[in-house]
Design a protein around this ligand. Structure first.
Ligand code: ZN
Length: 717
C-alpha cells in the first residue's frame, strides 16, 4: 500500500541540508561569530548527547545559523587550504567530519518548522531557508573544493582496489552530486544558478506556509447534534476534542482541514452537503484565489526548474532529478506507472459500479461524486465482505500498536525498546525511547510525536536528529516518528483507523532503517538512500501489522481486553485488495501529474488548467480526486527533493511486494533467515551499495513487478 505521507519531505530536508555534510566558501573574513547560544553547543546528556529542546530560544535561530554557517565555512576552508595532495582522508573524510554544528542546528530548527510552526517561526523560516540555499550553492560551486574531489575521483586509488566498495561509492556520489549541482559551470552561470536556487527556496517556503495556512484556516463546525448522523463515537469524540481546542468557537464539534479529520468524516457521515463542504475545503487547499493561493507560485517554480535543468545541461527537470535514482530515467518510472494505470482505472470502474448500485438501491438518487466515494466504498465493504472498519477500530489502540511494532522489531532484528524519562522534549506529548540490540548494546534513541496540533504539518513522517556513523568513533542515531492522531478524551485509549495503523508501521519502518544502520560514513547512513528506494524499508514494515502474531496479541479491545475475533481477521484478510482502484488511482494521478509537469519544459504553465487537461487526457475518473492536488502537493513544491519523484512510492512498492513474497514463500513473516537477509542486505547497509544490488542479494534476482499487481489484486498479464 502506498501510504507514505511526509516522510519524504523530512528526508528531503535531511538530504538537502543535514545528512550530506555541506560546507561553504569562507567569506572574505573568516571571523568567528561569538554567540553563546545552547543552539551552537555540542549536545549533552546520555548516549552521545540529546537535542536540548528545553534550552531553545527561537529568537536565537537566525544568529545561530549565521554562526554555524560561518563555522562550516571555516572548516571547508581548512580542507581547501590543505597543502597536501588531495586524498580520500584529507578531502572526502574531512568533508564527512565537517558541518556538525550546522547539522545539529538544522535538526532542531526543522522540528520547529514541521512540528511547531507557530508564533515567530514562519517568519524566521523565511529568513533561514534562503541562507541555507545560498550556503549550499557556495559549497557546490567551490572551485578549490571541487578540484580536490575531482583529484580523488580520478586518482588511481579509485581503480586499483585501495578503496573498499563503500568508499568508492562515496567518492563517486560526492563527485557526481557536485557535477549535478553545477560545479563545472562558469562563473556567470554559477551566479545564475544561485539566483534560481535562492528564489526557489523562498517559493518553497511560501508554498508550504500557504498550505499550512489553509489547513489551519478552514474548520467545518457542527452545532446541531442531528448533523452527526452516521459518525461512529470515536470520530464524534475526536471532533468534540478539536472543537474544545478551539474553545467551541462556532459549535460543539469541529472537522479540521487535515487528512486525519477529513477522511473519517467522509467515510461515515451520511450528511451529503456537509461531506461536500469538508471535501471542498480539503481539496481546495492552496487553491482558493486568496492570499494563500499557490497557483502563481507553482507556475514560477516550474519555470525556474525548467530553466535550471537547461542551464545544467539536462533535457528537463525530471531528467536532472532522476539521474541519481534507482529508476535513473523518467521513461523507466513512466513505464511502471503506465503498466499499472489502466488496470487501476478498470478497477475504479468496477468499484464505482458497485457503489452506484448501492446508492440506487437505497433510492439515494445521486451520481457518485468524489465526496461520496469513501462513504459508499464503506457500504460496499460491508455488503461484499461483511466488514465494518468501525468494528475493527475498538481493537486498534495507538499504545498497543506501538507495542506491536516494537515487538515485531524484536522478533525480526533483536531490537528492544525502553521508554526514558527526563530527556528534554519539544512538546509534552513527545516520548523518548532507548533502543538496544540483542546483546543489550545501545543502538539509538527513538522519539515519538503522535498527536495533531496547530502548527504541525499534516500527515506522518520520519526524520533523524542525528545519523549513525562510525569513522573511528561510533556515533549512534536519534530518529523520530511524527503523526497527526487525534487525541481521545482524557484517560481514554486513542483508537486509530486501520489505514492509520498501516501508516504507523510504515513510518516505524523508516525509523528502523535509521536505527539498524551500520555504516561508516554519515552521507551513506540509514535513510540517505535513493529516494525511489527509501520507501522500500518502510513499506515492507507495513506487512507485519496484518500478521496473526501481531493482531492476536496486540489488537485487543480497548474496554474488554479481548483479542480481535478470528472472524473479523478473516474478513480483513479477504478484503485486503478492496478499494485498490481508489487507492492506486488517487496516488498515480498525483504521481503522473508530477512527472508530466516536470517533463513539460519551460512554457508558462497554468497549474489548474494543466491538471484538468492532463487528467482528462489520462481518462481520470470524475468520481475521485488526486491524492494531492497540484496547489497543495507538498512533496513536490515544498522542496526539490521529491519533485519528479512521487512515483517513488510505486517503484518502492514493486520492490516491497516482491520482497514480501519471499517471506510468504518461506512460510512466515518471522522467518529468521529471511529476516536476517533483509537486515544484512537492506536495513543495515544504508547507501553503501547500489540499491539494485542490495535487492538482488536479498531476493536472489532482480525485481519482478508482477508481484506488485498481485499485491493490489490486479490481473497479471
Ligand atoms: Zn515513507
Amino acid at each position: 500500500m502506498t501510504r507514505c505521507l511526509f516522510t519524504s519531505l523530512s528526508i528531503a530536508v535531511a538530504i538537502t541540508f543535514s545528512s550530506h555534510p555541506i560546507f561553504g566558501q569562507a567569506p572574505g573574513a573568516a571571523k568567528k561569530m561569538e554567540l553563546d547560544s545552547p543552539l551552537l553547543q555540542p549536545w549533552t546528556g546520555p548516549h552521545g548527547g540529546v537535542p536540548p529542546w528545553n534550552l531553545v530560544r527561537s529568537e536565537e535561530f537566525v544568529t545561530a545559523f549565521d554562526a554555524a554557517i560561518s563555522e562550516s565555512n571555516a572548516e571547508i576552508k581548512a580542507i581547501t587550504d590543505n597543502k597536501d595532495e588531495p586524498n580520500f582522508e584529507n578531502t572526502i573524510v574531512a568533508m564527512e567530519r565537517a558541518g556538525r554544528t550546522l547539522s545539529r542546528l538544522e535538526a532542531i530548527f526543522f522540528v520547529y518548522t514541521s512540528n511547531l510552526n507557530v508564533g515567530p517561526i514562519p517568519d524566521i523560516e523565511k529568513v533561514i531557508v534562503p541562507k541555507l540555499s545560498e550556503y549550499e550553492d557556495s559549497v557546490y560551486q567551490n572551485k578549490e573544493l571541487f578540484a580536490r574531489i575531482s583529484a580523488v575521483y580520478e586518482s588511481p586509488a579509485m581503480k586499483n582496489g585501495s578503496f573498499d566498495l563503500a568508499q568508492r561509492r562515496l567518492v563517486d556520489d560526492t563527485y557526481k552530486t557536485f557535477l549535478r549541482k553545477g560545479a563545472k559551470l562558469d562563473r556567470s552561470d554559477k551566479a545564475k544558478l544561485s539566483q534560481m536556487n535562492t528564489r526557489l527556496a523562498r517559493l518553497f517556503t511560501d508554498f508550504s506556509q500557504n498550505v499550512l495556512a489553509d489547513e489551519n484556516g478552514y474548520v467545518t463546525w457542527i452545532k446541531d447534534k442531528s448533523e452527526l448522523t452516521g459518525l461512529p463515537d470515536s470520530v464524534v469524540a475526536a471532533m468534540s476534542n478539536a472543537a474544545q481546542d478551539r474553545n467551541n468557537k462556532d459549535g460543539d464539534w469541529a472537522i479540521t482541514n487535515t487528512r486525519s479529520s477529513m477522511d473519517p468524516f467522509l467515510t461515515y457521515s451520511s450528511n451529503r452537503p456537509l461531506r461536500e463542504k469538508v471535501w471542498r475545503n480539503y481539496y481546495s487547499r492552496g487553491d482558493n484565489g486568496d492570499k494563500y493561493d499557490n497557483n502563481k507560485i507553482i507556475a514560477e517554480i516550474l519555470k525556474i526548474r525548467a530553466a535550471r535543468a537547461k542551464l545544467l545541461g539536462y533535457e528537463t527537470h525530471a531528467h536532472w532529478r532522476m539521474e541519481p535514482t534507482m529508476a535513473k530515467k523518467p521513461e523507466a518510472a513512466m513505464d511502471l506507472m503506465m503498466k499499472v494505470w489502466p488496470k487501476a482505472l478498470a478497477r475504479v470502474r468496477e468499484e464505482v459500479a458497485d457503489m452506484q448500485a448501492i446508492a440506487d438501491e437505497e433510492g439515494a438518487k445521486l451520481k457518485i461524486e468524489p465526496w461520496d466515494y469513501r462513504y459508499y466504498a464503506e457500504k460496499v465493504r460491508k455488503a461484499k465482505y461483511d466488514l465494518d472498519f468501525n468494528e475493527v477500530k475498538p481493537y486498534l489502540q495507538l499504545d498497543k500498536l506501538r507495542e506491536a511494532m516494537m515487538w515485531a522489531a524484536t522478533q525480526l532484528y533483536g531490537l528492544h525498546f525502553k521508554q526514558l524519562s527526563g530527556i528534554p522534549v519539544f512538546h509534552p506529548d513527545v516520548t523518548v525511547w532507548e533502543v538496544t540490540d540483542a546483546d543489550g548494546k545501545h543502538v539509538g534513541l527513538w522519539y515519538l510525536d503522535p498527536y495533531a496540533r496547530e502548527g504541525k504539518r499534516s500527515g506522518a513522517w520520519m526524520t533523524d536528529y542525528r545519523a549513525q556513523e562510525n569513522m573511528g568513533k561510533p556515533i549512534t542515531t536519534i530518529v523520530s516518528n511524527n503523526s497527526n492522531f487525534i487525541k481521545g478524551a482524557d484517560g481514554e485509549a486513542v483508537l486509530i483507523s486501520w489505514d492509520d495503523a498501516v501508516t504507523l508501521f510504515h513510518e516505524f519502518g523508516h525509523a528502523l532503517h535509521g536505527l539498524l544502520s551500520k555504516v561508516n560514513y554519515r552521507s551513506q547512513s540509514g535513510t540517505s538512500v535513493a529516494r525511489d528506494y527509501v520507501e522500500f524499508p518502510s513499506q515492507i514494515n507495513e506487512h507485519w501489522l496484518e500478521t496473526p502474531e501481531i493482531l492476536n496479541q496486540f489488537a485487543v479491545h480497548h474496554k474488554t481486553g479481548e483479542p480481535i475475533p478470528q472472524e473479523l481477521l478473516d474478513k480483513i484478510k479477504k478484503a485486503s485488495t478492496f478499494n485498490q482502484g481508489f487507492d492506486t488511482v488517487e496516488y498515480l494521478a498525483s504521481a503522473l501529474i508530477d512527472m508530466k509537469l516536470h517533463l513539460a519544459g519551460s512554457d508558462d504553465i497554468d497549474p489548474d488548467a494543466f491538471e484538468r487537461e492532463t487528467l482528462a487526457a489520462m481518462d481520470m475518473p470524475s468520481e475521485l480526486p488526486m491524492r494531492h492536488r497540484t496547489p497543495h502537493f507538498m512533496h513536490i513544491f515544498s522542496g526539490d527533493s521529491y519533485s519528479a519523484g512521487y512515483y517513488s512510492y510505486l517503484w518502492a512498492d514493486a520492490l516491497t511486494a516482491d520482497a514480501a513474497e519471499r517471506f510468504v514463500e518461506a512460510g512466515s513473516f518471522y522467518d529468521k533467515d529471511v529476516a536476517k537477509s533483509l537486515h544484512d542486505n537492506v536495513m543495515s547497509i544504508g547507501d553503501t551499495i547500489d540499491p539494485a544490488e542490495g535487492f538482488r542479494r536479498f531476493r536472489g534476482r532482480d525485481v519482478d513487478t508482477s508481484a506488485l499487481l498481485r499485491k493490489r489484486g490486479f490481473p497479471v498479464d
